[in-house]
Ligand binder design. Sequence first.
Ligand code: K1U
Ligand code: ZN
Length: 172
Amino acid sequence: MTVKPILTEPNKILRQISKPVEHVSKEEQILMDDMLETMYAANGIGLAAIQIGVPKRIIVMDLSRNEETKEPRYFVNPVIQNKNSEKATYEEGCLSVPNQFAEIDRPSTCVVEYLDYYGKKQILNAKGLLATCIQHEMDHLEGILFIDYLSKLKKTIILKKLSKKKSNQIVI
Ligand code: K1U
Ligand code: ZN
């Protein structure tokens, strides 16, 4: 398993719409293993393939945040079947928007249909942080970041900070 570099905003690749996976093969399983390793190394709870530059509709998550009792979850071609009209607010972060956090409203529960690590169809009834995280990750598949839900002013401030940080990182 390989830890891959995570793309950060601003980056056009993060704005791509990811493509459905035709068949869950060894290639996709290796990708999911690498994504999980990358997510753990960055102390995240979720990661979409596009965040490591691969435009496939694949997400990994682990909300356990416990070294001993890992609970990895794999989602291939996830589709939301049902969303609650009631909203829940969480302070969200994103490994592609480093060190920035904001309260975002999303449907409080959702039902997601997807293929698992072995290509088997599954249905998830999600609530709480699980519902927030899967919706955040599914946004990545559409090229959407949580900062897109903020006011224009807040988004501009964050993007300026991230651009400045990137230009300071360039070594000549
Ligand atoms: O980059 C990502 O998409 C992963 C992201 C997932 C996420 C966190 C919180 C709410 C929605 C989606 C992260 O893992 S951010 C870093 C993190 O570990 C974290 C931040 C806030 C709460 C819990 C974890
Ligand atoms: Zn994210």
